[in-house]
Ligand binder design. Structure first.
Ligand code: MRU
Length: 332
């Protein structure tokens, strides 16, 4: 992704490997500052996933791949490393997919850095393909809604939900993006809006609760990412996705899910079997160090929700656009 810095425009990725370390953008500091952090222990890489320094399913997957790379380079027990890294977060399928992929490549004697770099690059290539297929859906003048962050930050580079927008923009199409703020961690407001801003895409941040209002006023399509897609097409994505999908059906708005095949979990039959991560109450009740909720009021904080397949118009993947009933075609 191209970002503007004090030293001019720079082309960077969300995560990469350099001089024996895994380097990543600290997504917790955006949009205020663009800060890079680096780690040379796989345990710290696992922690960077857990504490949301890095976010978004494909970026979490690539970070996990680099974590396995560090474990191999330092001669750690790879079975333990795989278990520790997988324990960082439960919902994003890419985390498990990437660790299993690296375990297999390392057992075949692959070079750890080459294998992890190839994994990250393959994610970028898949996003480019998603952009190509999804970009064709965007017509001049479209109003597009998205939720959470499924841009370059979330996917190493390019994005899943944002890839079709990047492609449409490069094809000269004009469109407008509604980015919902995504309480409580504000990925929509702080990450998606930052990316749209860097790219010069016409957009506005909207409060989560206003989605129905804007969908009724006129949205031409909704594109979101996914953290895990079950074999029947039910999928988990950031909390707040489900209600947008239901509203889209109510108002006849096409609802697309953009995700690489690594996000599909064919071992999970339906969305009811997807583990939804519950995060701390403080993410809801506090803003920074300040408590904004009454002392004594508890909070619930599911990080994801599950949207049934019947609300999905199509899955935009690197292999084309699939209706929910077609996804078994891409089973590996
Ligand atoms: O909790 P996060 O920030 O990791 O959640 C991110 C999302 O839910 C994204 O929408 C999802 O990973 C799809 S991203 C390409």
């Amino acid at each position: 992704m191209k970002v503007r810095t004090e030293n001019g425009e720079k082309d960077i990725r969300a995560v990469w490997f350099e001089n024996g370390k895994v380097v990543m953008i600290d997504q917790r500091r955006l949009p205020h500052e663009l800060v890079f952090v680096s780690f040379d222990r796989y345990e710290d890489v696992a922690e960077s996933i857990r504490n949301m320094t890095t976010r978004g399913a494909p970026s979490i997957g690539a970070t996990a791949a680099y974590g396995m790379c560090l474990a191999a380079l330092s001669g750690c027990d790879l079975v333990k490393a795989a278990k520790d890294i997988k324990a960082a977060r439960p919902t994003a399928n890419d985390l498990f997919y990437a660790v299993d992929h690296m375990t297999e490549r390392l057992s075949e004697g692959a070079d750890p850095i080459e294998a992890a770099d190839a994994y990250a690059q393959s994610m970028v290539d898949k996003c480019i393909a998603i952009g190509k297929y999804g970009g064709e859906l965007i017509k001049d003048g479209y109003r597009i809604m998205t939720h959470c962050n499924a841009g370059a930050l979330a996917t190493v580079d390019v994005g899943t939900a944002l890839a079709p927008m990047r492609k449409a923009k490069s094809d000269g199409k004009k469109f407008f993006v509604y980015a919902s703020e995504t309480r409580p961690r504000l990925q929509g407001m702080q990450l998606t809006a930052w990316e749209l801003n860097q790219e010069g895409m016409d957009h506005a941040i909207i409060p989560d609760g206003s989605s129905g209002h804007f969908i009724r006023q006129g949205v031409d399509m909704i594109i979101v990412g996914a953290d895990r897609i079950a074999a029947n097409g039910d999928f988990a994505n950031k909390i707040g996705t489900f209600e947008k999908a239901v509203l889209a059906k109510e108002f006849g708005v096409p609802f697309y899910v953009a995700a690489p095949i690594s996000t599909f979990d064919f071992n999970t039959a339906t969305g009811a079997d997807i583990v939804i991560e519950n995060r701390s109450e403080e993410e809801v009740t506090m803003v920074g160090d300040i408590r904004i909720a009454p002392v004594g009021s508890p909070a619930l904080n599911p990080a994801f929700d599950m949207t049934p397949a019947r609300y999905v118009t199509g899955f935009i993947t690197e292999k084309g656009i699939l209706r929910p009933e077609e996804i078994s075609k891409v089973k590996g």
